[in-house]
Design a protein around this ligand. Structure first.
Ligand SMILES: Cc1cc2nc3c(=O)[nH]c(=O)nc-3n(C[C@H](O)[C@H](O)[C@H](O)COP(=O)(O)OP(=O)(O)OC[C@H]3O[C@@H](n4cnc5c(N)ncnc54)[C@H](O)[C@@H]3O)c2cc1C
Ligand SMILES: NC(=O)c1ccc[n+]([C@@H]2O[C@H](COP(=O)([O-])OP(=O)(O)OC[C@H]3O[C@@H](n4cnc5c(N)ncnc54)[C@H](O)[C@@H]3O)[C@@H](O)[C@H]2O)c1
Length: 470
């Protein structure tokens, strides 16, 4: 039986990051990956979705140009097939770049098969041709990602797509029901709507994109609702018809060509048969993973990326891959696992305007202990020039420490505002210190300053001097 120092399962963003570090330490490793290479992010996730969103944003700007004196735009229209061709061409380029490191691995270390534990020390690899191989590693890094949730009756229904298949289409559909208005449903639903597809959005919960602040939610429903109708608090039923799919929810029933099911993603750890490794699992079938070490209990198994069932976003997958690899190297040298702190949490939907949060969300905070600063984009010059003057920023600060705790927003260029606020949050400085940082004029960041000033008025007895004393 083959024996190695390290076995990494999953050639995604988490596995890729771990591999880069493990390689520096030992040559005695294997990478096991089932199915295609190229990562969820590059092939069916972050990147193709951002290409589609960019095209939708560009098309939308044409309408804004008309009021700026730019003429001759009346004939502009969307060629759905060309749009999807552009998405696929760019996606293929991203995938090609992503698979280069795997292609450089010698064949005996790059195993294209499914891994699963057969006992606490051994995994079995099942190759595509049905062959199997047993392998033992001193340490394991499991990074098998996640898959879309899809109820069984919907699985073979023609016309039902998930983000796994959406980007493969030859053209844009005509009429779509987007079921699930989390990040994927909102991003793709809005982009399609802005490209002329008739879209309706149906969500079981009473919020979209995980927004917990009721004021931000109201603003988001208003703004995203301009692009397509949103039905909240409704779970949909599907029925196949001669012409498509009948979607029923609440009082409504409508026939569509296509359903985009965006109901969330499920960790792929269940494919690894962890029970055979002697790992105890909770009711959801998940092991107890320490987020500061990425280790399962006291085992030689580390988990990273979407497979943890925690923060299913790319930079977190990469960090978890790093932490798992650092600790695998520690373990190979008989060292104790090192504990790492999480970065400030940051999440965003690349809708228009961007929706997102940093730090703690509104519903995680005690209203008694916080003050709130807001900005609602009705006055600033630069957003008006850009014709993007609608949004709402809500920042939360701790009454005692006078530090930012978090914030939620729907805001033009919110992706950048969220980064700056997350950096300030992680540096753990007082609100007054953030106000003493430079703010250029005219800029959207001036809106953040308005919200910070509102916080400062509530936090300090004296007005804050916004210039640093020499
Ligand atoms: C539509 C969409 C848009 C997204 N947009 C963004 C975004 O804008 N920003 C962002 O930060 N995140 C985004 N994400 C999330 C991001 O793509 C993921 O968090 C990230 O790709 C997870 O990486 P991973 O390494 O955990 O998994 P993956 O990249 O999925 O890699 C897992 C690999 O493991 C393999 N595997 C599974 N089981 C086994 C097994 N038993 N044996 C061997 N191999 C196995 C799989 O085949 C796969 O190759 C998006 C996701 C989607 C779906
Ligand atoms: N910009 C980004 O960073 C980005 C973009 C896309 C995806 N992602 C990642 O991908 C993950 C998966 O995205 P997602 O949007 O599929 O999941 P999600 O968990 O964000 O949203 C799924 C939504 O579907 C709803 N839902 C579930 N079952 C339903 C039903 N039967 N009927 C109606 N609604 C139902 C849920 O209430 C939830 O709001 C996210 O957790 C996110 O981390 C990130």
């Amino acid at each position: 039986m083959r024996q190695v120092d390290v076995a990494i399962v999953g050639a995604g963003s988490a596995g890729y990051t771990a591999l880069g570090l493990v390689k520096q330490h030992t040559d005695n490793f294997v990478l096991i990956n089932e199915g295609w290479y190229g990562t969820t992010c590059a092939k069916i996730g972050c990147m193709p979705s951002k290409v589609l969103i960019q095209i939708a944003d560009d098309f939308d700007r044409l309408q804004k140009m008309a009021v700026e004196g730019i003429e001759g735009l009346d004939n502009a229209h969307v060629n759905g097939a060309a749009v999807m061709q552009r998405v696929q061409t760019m996606r293929d380029a991203f995938v090609e770049k992503t698979i280069a490191p795997w292609q450089k691995l010698p064949a005996e270390q790059n195993l294209n098969g499914r891994a699963a534990f057969v006992d606490p020390n051994t995994i079995e690899i099942t190759y595509r041709d049905g062959r199997t191989e047993l392998l033992q590693a001193k340490q394991y890094i499991l990074a098998p990602g996640s898959r879309p949730v899809l109820p069984e009756p919907w699985q073979d229904m023609p016309g039902v797509v998930t983000s796994d298949t959406f980007f493969e289409q030859a053209s844009l559909p005509k009429k779509v029901a987007v079921i699930g208005l989390g990040v994927i449903g909102l991003e793709l639903g809005q982009a399609m709507a802005r490209l002329g597809v008739e879209v309706m959005g149906i969500e079981m919960a009473d919020t979209i994109a995980g927004i917990s602040d009721p004021e931000v939610l109201n603003k988001a429903l208003e703004l995203i609702g301009h692009d397509f109708p949103l039905y909240l608090g409704q779970a949909a039923q599907l029925e196949q018809t001669d012409n498509g799919i009948q979607v029923s929810f609440g009082e409504h029933s409508v026939e569509v060509d296509q359903v985009l099911a965006a109901l969330g993603r499920r960790p792929n750890l269940d494919t690894l048969n962890l029970a055979s490794a002697g790992i105890s699992l909770d009711q959801r079938g998940m092991p107890d993973i320490d987020p500061s070490t990425m280790r399962i209990q006291d085992s030689n198994i580390f988990v990273a990326g979407d497979a943890t069932g925690q923060k299913a976003i790319l930079h977190e997958a990469a960090d978890e891959g790093r932490i798992a690899a650092y600790n695998v190297m520690q373990a190979l040298q008989q060292g104790d696992a090192k504990h790492y702190q999480a970065r400030t949490e940051l999440g965003m939907a690349f809708t228009h305007p961007n929706i997102g949060f940093f730090g703690q969300r509104f519903d995680q905070l005690d209203p008694e202990n916080i003050v709130i600063g807001t900005y609602n984009f009705n006055m600033l010059g630069r957003p008006r020039v850009m014709q993007e003057f609608e949004g709402l920023i809500r920042l939360y600060a701790d009454k005692t420490s006078k530090r930012l705790l978090g914030g939620e927003m729907i805001a033009p260029r919110g992706e950048h505002l969220l980064h700056q606020l997350a950096w300030a949050h992680q540096l753990n400085v007082e609100v007054a210190d953030i106000l003493r940082l430079p703010f250029y004029h005219p800029n959207i960041e001036e809106g953040v300053r308005v919200a910070l000033r509102e916080l400062a008025k509530q936090l300090y007895d004296e007005p804050v001097e916004e210039v640093v004393q020499a």
